[in-house]
Design a protein around this ligand. Structure first.
Ligand SMILES: *[C@@H]1O[C@H](CO)[C@@H](O)[C@H](O)[C@H]1NC(C)=O
Ligand SMILES: *[C@@H]1O[C@H](CO)[C@@H](O)[C@H](O)[C@H]1NC(C)=O
Ligand SMILES: *[C@@H]1O[C@H](CO)[C@@H](O)[C@H](O)[C@H]1NC(C)=O
Ligand SMILES: *[C@@H]1O[C@H](CO)[C@@H](O)[C@H](O)[C@H]1NC(C)=O
Ligand SMILES: *[C@@H]1O[C@H](CO)[C@@H](O)[C@H](O)[C@H]1NC(C)=O
Ligand SMILES: *[C@@H]1O[C@H](CO)[C@@H](O)[C@H](O)[C@H]1NC(C)=O
Ligand SMILES: *[C@@H]1O[C@H](CO)[C@@H](O)[C@H](O)[C@H]1NC(C)=O
Ligand SMILES: *[C@@H]1O[C@H](CO)[C@@H](O)[C@H](O)[C@H]1NC(C)=O
Ligand SMILES: *[C@@H]1O[C@H](CO)[C@@H](O)[C@H](O)[C@H]1NC(C)=O
Ligand SMILES: *[C@@H]1O[C@H](CO)[C@@H](O)[C@H](O)[C@H]1NC(C)=O
Ligand SMILES: *[C@@H]1O[C@H](CO)[C@@H](O)[C@H](O)[C@H]1NC(C)=O
Length: 368
């Protein structure tokens, strides 16, 4: 209401100015045609300026009302940040509000940083009106309730940080509808059920973390479509299987699937990812043995953890071929045989945990 009121006022003032200038021009100009042309140009110029202002203004207030709706849905603001700073006065410039960043050209909200504010409440659907939003940080708060589907209208979003909140329920399938999303962090919430297949529609995705939730089932094979993925963190859930297609993620550097319910030979497909530097499958229920040529495809591996599973067989004798290895954890399994002496020539190795197996002999060259 106030916005349309103000843009009407704007237009009236501009029209008055034009009339005055026109009168001045009329008395001065000899050429009537010239004069009319000039007036016409002025009117057109004014028309475009007023139009541009109205559009910018309309959407400035769209952003403002979206943020005020968010503020109105906050039930606890222990540091008094939004309460004190996000002023509802109609002339308050939202671009100066704490946590709000606007684009330089269009003055629309491009980043919202609500992290570490201790806020509780629900995310209102109005947030989906921040149509220029690129980055949304809401980590380390107590946001709860379902996430509104209107967020799927944020077509420019590149990063969502929702870790350490109180969100529950299933991960909504509309999370698959952000064409530019690169970073997607939902760690440390109460999400349950399986990961919706639509997530693997996010073709620009580089980092996904859903660690420390109650997620279960198998990872959809469509994960193999996300060829830009560099990091996946599934720690502390109840996942049982990894699909073979995960082996085709040629840029994947870090894979964390610690403390889950992986069973059988779930590790087999990931042993083929030569870009991996960190692979953590600690604390699952996998069985079977490791191939002797394990390093042929894991040539970049630095941190490798398969501890606390049901693995058996021998420790691969060619492990020394993983030249980049810093840390290896194979403890609390059923490995047997001897510890390969050649581990001693791994230059960077600083940590090796093999305890609680059925290994014979515990001396090997240089590494203790
Ligand atoms: C909100 O915080 C910003 C940045 O600290 C400050 O410039 C602005 O004056 C504050 N606004 C209000 C209404 O407190
Ligand atoms: C977001 O805000 C928090 C708290 O004010 C600050 O520590 C953090 O650096 C900010 N993050 C970014 C990416 O601006
Ligand atoms: C913003 O979003 C809400 C809820 O989704 C809607 O009711 C409202 O009309 C939208 N538009 C503006 C301009 O606030
Ligand atoms: C203003 O923003 C709303 C909500 O994002 C959008 O639907 C509308 O098309 C925009 N209007 C203009 C004129 O840009
Ligand atoms: C958030 O979740 C924790 C653990 O489930 C619970 O103890 C706490 O009361 C919740 N807090 C809010 C503000 O919802
Ligand atoms: C998948 O992405 C395309 C292109 O961004 C989009 O049109 C479609 O709605 C998305 N599908 C789902 C299920 O999210
Ligand atoms: C996604 O993966 C599935 C299963 O691996 C495959 O059938 C499908 O063709 C892939 N889609 C795209 C767009 O690559
Ligand atoms: C791993 O790579 C080898 C050699 O390229 C191939 O023979 C094997 O089928 C692959 N295994 C998986 C599970 O992708
Ligand atoms: C691990 O797998 C074995 C059989 O393969 C099963 O008996 C056991 O219950 C599983 N343990 C867990 C914690 O899932
Ligand atoms: C490491 O040990 C293996 C097996 O003993 C040996 O063949 C290889 O040459 C050694 N590599 C280096 C760099 O010393
Ligand atoms: C350990 O290995 C020895 C010799 O192979 C075997 O007799 C014993 O049963 C094994 N113990 C366990 C707990 O697997």
């Amino acid at each position: 209401m106030s916005s349309s009121f103000r843009s009407n006022l704007n237009r009236k003032m501009k029209t008055t100015t034009i009339k005055e200038r026109s009168r001045f021009l009329l008395s001065k100009m000899l050429s009537m045609i010239h004069c009319l042309c000039y007036i016409y140009m002025m009117i057109m110029a004014n028309y475009f300026t007023a139009g541009a202002l109205a559009i910018a203004h309309t959407n400035f207030s769209t952003d403002q009302s979206a943020l005020l709706a968010l503020k109105a849905h906050i039930t606890s603001d222990p540091q008094n940040i939004l309460t004190a700073n996000w002023s509802s006065a109609s002339n308050s410039n939202i671009c100066n509000w704490i946590g709000v960043t606007c684009g330089a050209r269009h003055q629309r909200v491009t980043a919202l940083n609500l992290s570490d504010m201790g806020l509780a409440g629900v995310i209102p659907p109005h947030l989906g009106n921040l149509s220029f939003l690129v980055v949304l940080y809401a980590n380390n708060n107590f946001f709860n309730g379902p996430l509104p589907q209107e967020l799927s209208r944020l077509r420019r979003l590149k990063a969502i940080y929702f870790q350490e909140n109180n969100f529950t329920g299933t991960i909504p399938s509309w999370f698959g509808s952000f064409p530019k999303l690169q970073t997607f962090i939902l760690s440390g919430n109460g999400f349950s059920g399986s990961i919706p297949t639509s997530i693997f529609n996010l073709s620009a995705l580089e980092i996904i973390s859903v660690s420390s939730n109650q997620l279960s089932g198998s990872i959809p094979r469509e994960i193999g479509n996300l060829t830009m993925l560099k990091g996946i963190n599934l720690d502390d859930n109840k996942f049982e299987e990894l699909p073979n297609e995960i082996g085709s993620l040629g840029q994947l550097e870090e894979l964390f699937v610690q403390e889950n319910a992986l069973k059988g030979s779930a590790f087999v497909p990931v042993l083929n990812i030569s870009s991996l530097t960190t692979l953590t499958l600690f604390g699952n229920n996998m069985s079977g043995s490791l191939p002797d040529n394990i390093c042929e495809h894991l040539s970049s591996i630095r941190r490798f953890s398969l501890g606390r599973n049901q693995l058996d067989g021998l420790i691969p004798s060619k492990l020394w071929q993983c030249k980049e290895l810093r840390e290896i954890t194979l403890g609390s399994n059923n490995f047997r045989g001897s510890i390969p002496k050649s581990l001693g020539n791994l230059t960077y190795l600083t940590k090796i945990l093999l305890g609680d197996n059925n290994l014979t002999g515990n001396k090997f060259g240089g590494v203790s």
